[in-house]
Design a protein around this ligand. Structure first.
Ligand SMILES: [Zn+2]
Length: 168
């Protein structure tokens, strides 16, 4: 149960999920720091694979257990300072990175589920808490705005998130 709770506390979003075709991901690490990574690449991974309970903004009503590498080595550019990083991540940070980087390649967590019958349909949006906050804000914004400029507001919102992450 604790691991599920931790998983839902994770924040993650990949730019293509909101129509921005760039290799950019945003996430909140377990230490609470929000990071924006540009062109993230997994350059190493543990042989040990463990189950990760995941949900997703892109398919908000579903939750499932996905096999993920316990740790990964990430190569990316840190959006906040433009510096290239090479860093190891473990546990939930590792799972969240694998999930978001998958989005950049058009892969959903459901594609990685081994037992399709184990996909759960929740009666409420059991998506990652961070992603749900973003969805709520996007919905609020889009309700206030005409459809024609809704996409602009979505992009602006993502950029605002990026800027706030960069100032952390
Ligand atoms: Zn997702």
């Amino acid at each position: 149960m604790q691991s599920v709770a931790r998983e839902f506390d994770a924040l993650g979003l990949a730019a293509p999920q909101i129509g921005i075709h760039q290799r950019i991901i945003l996430l909140t690490l377990q230490n609470g720091r929000e990071k924006v990574f540009v062109n993230p690449q997994i350059v190493g991974k543990s042989t040990k694979v463990v189950p990760s309970i995941e949900g997703c903004l892109s398919v908000p009503a579903l939750v499932a257990s996905v096999p993920r590498h316990e740790s990964i080595r990430l190569k990316a550019f840190d959006y906040s300072n433009g510096e290239e990083i090479l860093q190891d991540f473990q546990g939930d940070d590792s799972f969240c990175l694998q999930h978001e980087i998958d989005h950049l390649d058009g892969v959903l967590f459901l594609d990685r589920v081994e037992d399709k019958e184990a996909i759960g349909v929740s009666n409420f949006l059991r998506i990652r808490a961070g992603e749900r906050k973003i969805v709520d804000e996007l919905v609020q914004q889009s309700e206030k705005l005409p459809q024609t400029i809704a996409l602009t507001s979505v992009i602006s919102f993502f950029l605002a998130l990026s800027i706030s992450a960069a100032t952390n």
